[in-house]
Design a protein around this ligand. Structure first.
Ligand code: N01
Length: 551
């Protein structure tokens, strides 16, 4: 249905995206008496949980902590069914939040923001959507998500394939029935690792085309025990406080039990083989991404990291019966955790099925995709359907695909041509009143995203309150503060093993993208303290200015 575009309507704030970040930003702005407009490309709220509907999609942070903390009533009334919620359940939660707080009336769906230009004289952001909407506001919040632009691989012949082709992150809403089909999956990251066991149950034959194996830890997913939930909910405030301030490790805000907030041992190197094995086994049994937090120096010392990786290799070899497949599934080309660790339900076990096969593209690369399948250097593999689980142009993709221009018409694309630069991951110098929620340079993807979203939005709201009290209308990052922060983010990353991963954290999965380690790796607790310190010191590193409207 054709939509009537909005023409030059004036708002107090424009928010791009109606995922969790956009919803919370709208809720807070409205609470502050501001009139905000949200533009969203999808036809519903939910962001990443709206788009990623591939079979098996679920969160890799536990439901009880992957949820908003801003409303005690919401956190008490919402009932999660499983330890790790499925995509449909998380989407229902996002919809519930939108309805419960009556947020939809300020959201315009099926409108993708094409450009946002800062007009210096009135001090306004002028935003245009692909549907022709034009809106203006002194404030613009980018809630565009870190993993929202699919990366389509440049494989020869991709468009020649005559069967059905699916992108994991753009899955058909009506679902796909693979019953009786020969299915190929390209990719071996989190999306593929979740989808493969489910597709295997339907397909007559499943072939997984893997270029680089990933480390995966079992989720040990299960229905949530009502007694445990009740107990957890009784102490929700304390849990939230720990998630917001707790850990100094790379992963922040995903812990459930008190023991998970500190490593079981500070260094793998001081442990006997038996001790190391016992700790790794215990954390493997807890399951999930926090396995990386079991030993304190896993992400710092190559030697320690290798010991932990060896443990996972042993697990893979124990589970996967065919030794050649097991070896191909053991990652050896990068330290464990430097590519985002995966969390699975029966992934490795799936390769014990007779109708599932792994093709190791390191030994037999794809030559081209043909009409009826894939031709590798060794063989022709006939396929009815092809699933691309090939990842995202992460963290900067969604921002740079818009035409964003700041002071003097400077394009964000040009400013970031050698990699993203933003003070605290929140604001780029030269782009006044443009806030990036969980932008590059903040903990973002190395943390529980909802914890980091709430922290950023709360910081922005406090900042706006300060501006109101002072009677100023503009804020921007100073170039010096931005410079120092970018250097600090690099320094922190360089003290870890993260940059050795050749991962999407570094932009390494997108041809031609500058290799810069994008998230801030010091953890959510230290980052929050820095932000609080900045605010307490007169928003050190930010420049306040009156809008020229008042001049
Ligand atoms: O993407 P990925 P993803 N030929 O980039 C392969 C989040 N997430 O969508 O490594 C052959 O990890 C590529 O191979 P290689 C989570 O943060 C979370 O799976 O480049 N293969 C790789 O194997 C995650 O980290 C959940 O050699 C090609 C795969 O495609 C992030 O999203 C679930 C290729 C891409 O893996 C991204 O995960 C899902 C080519 N030309 C996602 N090009 C949760 O659990 C690429 N590949 C919450």
């Amino acid at each position: 249905m054709a939509k009537t575009p909005e023409q030059d309507e004036r708002f107090d704030a424009i928010i791009v995206g109606a995922g969790f970040a956009g919803l919370y930003a709208l809720y807070r702005l409205r609470g502050a008496g501001l009139r905000a407009r949200v533009y969203e490309a999808g036809d519903n709220v939910g962001g990443t949980w709206y788009w990623n509907r591939y079979p098996g999609a679920r969160c890799d942070a536990e439901s009880l902590v992957y949820s908003f903390s801003f409303s005690e009533a919401l956190e008490q009334e919402w009932e999660w069914s499983e330890r790790y919620a499925t995509q449909p359940e998380i989407l229902r939660y996002a919809e519930h939040v939108a309805d419960r707080f009556d947020l939809r009336r300020d959201i315009r769906f099926e409108r993708r923001v094409a450009s946002a230009h800062f007009d210096e004289i009135p001090g306004l952001w002028r935003v245009v959507t692909d549907q022709g909407d034009r809106a203006q506001a002194p404030l613009c919040l980018m809630a565009t998500g870190c993993l929202s632009v699919p990366q389509i691989p440049d494989i020869p012949g991709l468009d020649d394939f005559a069967g059905q082709r699916y992108q994991a992150s753009l899955w058909p809403h009506e679902g796909v029935d693979f019953e009786g089909q020969r299915v190929g999956v390209i990719g071996a990251g989190s999306s593929a690792i979740q989808a493969v066991p489910i597709i295997a149950e339907q397909a007559s034959r499943l072939t997984v085309f893997q270029r680089t194996p990933n480390f995966s830890v079992p989720a040990h997913n299960a229905a949530l025990d009502p007694e445990f939930v009740e107990e957890f909910k009784t102490h929700y405030r304390e849990h939230r406080r720990l998630h917001q301030r707790g850990l100094a490790s790379g992963f922040g805000g995903v812990e459930i039990q008190p023991k998970e907030f500190a490593p079981a041992a500070p260094s793998a190197l001081a442990l006997s083989d038996e001790q190391l094995d016992r700790i790794c086994e215990e954390w493997w049994e807890i399951g999930g991404a926090r396995f990386l937090g079991a030993i304190g120096d896993t992400m710092i010392s190559e030697e320690a990291n290798q010991l932990v990786a060896d443990f996972v290799h042993r697990k893979i070899r124990e589970i996967v019966k065919d030794p050649i497949t097991a070896e191909a599934l053991c990652p050896t080309s990068y330290p464990i955790g430097t590519k985002r660790i995966c969390v699975d339900t029966g992934y490795y076990e799936t390769y014990n099925r007779e109708d599932v096969r792994l093709v190791d593209l390191q030994t037999t690369p794809i030559e081209r995709i043909v009409r009826d399948g894939i031709q590798t250097t060794e063989e022709h593999i006939p396929l009815d359907s092809l699933v691309l689980a090939t990842g995202f142009d992460a963290m900067t993709g969604a921002l740079l695909r818009m035409d964003i221009r700041g002071r003097n018409g400077q394009r964000l694309r040009d400013k970031w041509s050698a990699g993203p630069r933003a003070y605290l991951g929140l604001m780029a110098a030269g782009f006044p009143n443009l806030f990036l929620i969980t932008g590059p340079g903040s903990p973002s993807v190395l943390s529980n995203m909802i914890v980091s979203i709430e922290q950023h939005v709360d910081f922005i709201m406090d900042c706006l309150e300060t501006m109101k009290i002072r009677g100023v209308e503009q804020i921007e990052a100073s170039p010096e503060a931005e410079e120092q922060w970018v250097a600090h983010v690099n320094e922190v990353a360089a003290a870890t093993l993260f940059p050795k991963g050749g991962s999407w954290y570094l932009g390494a999965n997108v041809p031609g993208k500058p290799r810069v380690f994008m998230p801030y790796a010091a953890g959510v607790g230290p980052y929050r303290k820095i932000c609080e310190d900045v605010a307490a010191n007169d928003y050190r590193g930010f420049i306040f200015g009156a809008s020229s409207r008042d001049a």
